[in-house]
Design a protein around this ligand. Structure first.
Ligand code: IFG
Length: 538
């Protein structure tokens, strides 16, 4: 008589690392050899999708006796219009792969996927509840953002082929569960530098799609630098005509977004629950502007266009009034087409601006951003020039102490964490990585994961953290494949650090979940770096 299978207890805890799995296998073998009876231990690798979610939700209650199957007559039902964009996003993803109509219906009448409001207040603005029953998947949220985040989780509970752009065979099953989830931080960001190398609107949209799947909710576009000015400013047309005509390496072209294209990118991001933060770096990193207008230079002479990768050699002319007219025109035009609350003024590496002038500059510029209804964010250097606690310094240093940032935190500023030696996605993984740079060190996946945003900077505790953002600088990147190689798998690492609880931070538990994303990325055509530190699922 064959032994009854072991009770289907809770799946093996993710504490089982690679080493202990070998021990487990050896033990199992021993049992087989010894007693001649096959005792199947619940394998640590036969994970259900509930054990493979990135970022890790706050609470998951599996219901192993329940499976929901999406069928052709399923509808996506919304209780109010606030859930329409999330419903449309989900439909746009599942219709191609399932071939189902997945019509969107107002009101909850039948089987399928249901987006309701009235979620538990505990989930706040960005959280959600996701309940899988035999006939329905119910996502409750208090806001549109919450529904977007619930949908990102549902996508990961479906088979990876749900992400395919062509019709796949089913079944389309979702494991029974009750999930209650909400983020640790309000800001989970990704930055793309489109100034060093220009990326087309479609390439930017591709990256937006990829970051949205990990509950990223801010997309920071680095739109100007020494090598390029990338957004049309109608009152200063030479900025793109000249400043947008080249890039690192010297490629020539109309390498910029018209304001219509920018508005389209902003709207596209919104349909994925993402808010765009435009950055115009100043007073340094401004050679493209200085090459476009002679009058912006103190000596009245245009600078030559620059296609190299040095930093710190340029500065707007602090003493000239026209500099602030220029900045006001830029802030005015861009704020008018940017629904998001934040305007990024850069402020980094102003090495050619005397310190006193830097302070003078910021004292004139910060009020301009406020005048057009936006809240300034910027690389952390600017924060020493102001006592305004509503402004957001983005820490990008490699040290774990910064007196000005700690003082700002003390006063009440919320800090956006982007330590370069942890989460700069353009850092090489290892010395063999062809793309990227290494000035902040080599950043393998485990290094990117191995820090606590709430305890990283001395004097900057959990309550002073606004969130985590992963910048991707593009001095060495030209294609979407280049972006994906550097961003995956470390962007999902940043997403986990920004969303999941500090208590859930554990590499041995996280690595298998990250590895389980591999098949999904393969279906999506993401050219990720298959780090040997991660147990990639086949
Ligand atoms: N530092 C510069 C970036 C870019 C980066 C590349 C900041 C804030 C090095 N400034 O990071 O312009 O060149 O890793």
């Amino acid at each position: 008589m064959s032994p009854s299978p072991p009770p289907q207890g809770p799946p093996l805890p993710w504490r089982i690392g690679v080493k202990s799995k070998r021990v487990l296998t050896a033990l199992t073998a021993l049992v087989i050899a010894g007693s001649g009876v096959l005792v199947t231990t619940p394998s640590a690798t036969a994970a259900t999708p509930l054990q493979e979610l990135v970022p890790q939700p706050v609470q998951i209650q599996p219901h192993t006796d329940i499976t929901f199957t999406l069928t052709t007559d399923a509808k996506i039902q919304i209780a109010t219009d606030s859930a329409r964009k999330p419903a449309e996003l989900l439909a746009s993803i599942l219709r191609p792969s399932t071939g189902f109509p997945l019509t969107i219906a107002d009101g909850v009448t039948s089987e399928g996927i249901v987006l309701l409001n009235n979620a538990d207040p505990k989930v706040g603005q960005d959280g959600y509840q996701l309940d899988v029953t035999p006939k329905q998947v119910i996502i409750r949220a208090n806001t549109t953002a919450g529904h977007f985040n619930g949908i990102s989780t549902l996508r990961q509970l479906l088979p990876p082929k749900a992400e395919a752009k062509t019709k796949q065979a089913g079944p389309w099953q979702v494991p029974g569960a009750s999930i209650l989830d909400y983020p640790r931080y309000q800001h989970r960001g990704a930055m793309l530098d489109v100034a060093r190398h220009f990326f087309t609107p479609d390439q930017v949209k591709r990256y937006i799609d990829q970051i949205a799947a990990f509950k990223i909710n801010y997309f920071h576009l680095h739109l100007s630098d020494d090598q390029g000015w990338r957004l049309e400013i109608k009152s200063w047309p030479e900025l793109t005509k000249i400043g947008g005509s080249t890039e690192v390496g010297g490629r020539k072209g109309n390498l910029y977004y018209t304001q219509d294209q920018y508005k389209d990118l902003v709207a596209y991001a919104q349909t994925r629950g993402i808010t765009v933060i435009p950055e115009f770096d100043m007073p340094g990193h401004t050679n493209a502007a200085l090459a476009s207008y002679a009058e912006l230079n103190c000596d009245g002479k245009k600078r030559p266009l620059y296609t190299g990768t040095d930093v710190g050699f340029s500065s707007l002319c602090i003493s000239k009034d026209i500099t602030y007219k220029f900045i006001e025109d830029v802030v005015k035009e861009v704020s008018a087409i940017t629904p998001g609350q934040y305007f990024h003024i850069g402020g980094d590496e102003a090495l050619s601006t005397p310190d006193a002038d830097f302070v003078k500059f910021m004292n004139r510029v910060l009020p301009i951003v406020k005048k057009y209804g936006k809240t300034t964010t910027g690389w952390h250097e600017f924060i020493k020039t102001t006592k305004d606690t509503s402004l957001v310094p983005q820490f990008w240093g490699t040290e774990t102490s910064d007196a000005n940032v700690a003082a700002a935190a003390q006063r009440g500023n919320k800090i956006l964490m982007s330590p370069a030696n942890r989460i700069y996605l353009d850092m090489k993984y290892n010395k063999n990585t062809k793309l990227g740079q290494d000035w902040a060190g080599l950043v393998e996946v485990k290094t990117a994961y191995g820090w606590n945003p709430g305890a990283y900077l001395n004097g900057v505790g959990e309550n002073s953290i606004r969130g985590v953002e992963a910048p991707l600088w593009t001095e060495t990147l030209k294609t979407s494949a280049d972006i994906e190689y550097m961003a995956f798998p470390r962007l999902p690492v940043a997403a986990e650090l920004g969303w999941s609880t500090a208590a859930s931070h554990n590499w041995d538990k996280f690595a298998p979940r990250l590895g389980a994303q591999g098949p999904r990325w393969k279906v999506q055509g993401i050219s990720y770096y298959a780090s040997t530190q991660v147990p990639w699922k086949k």
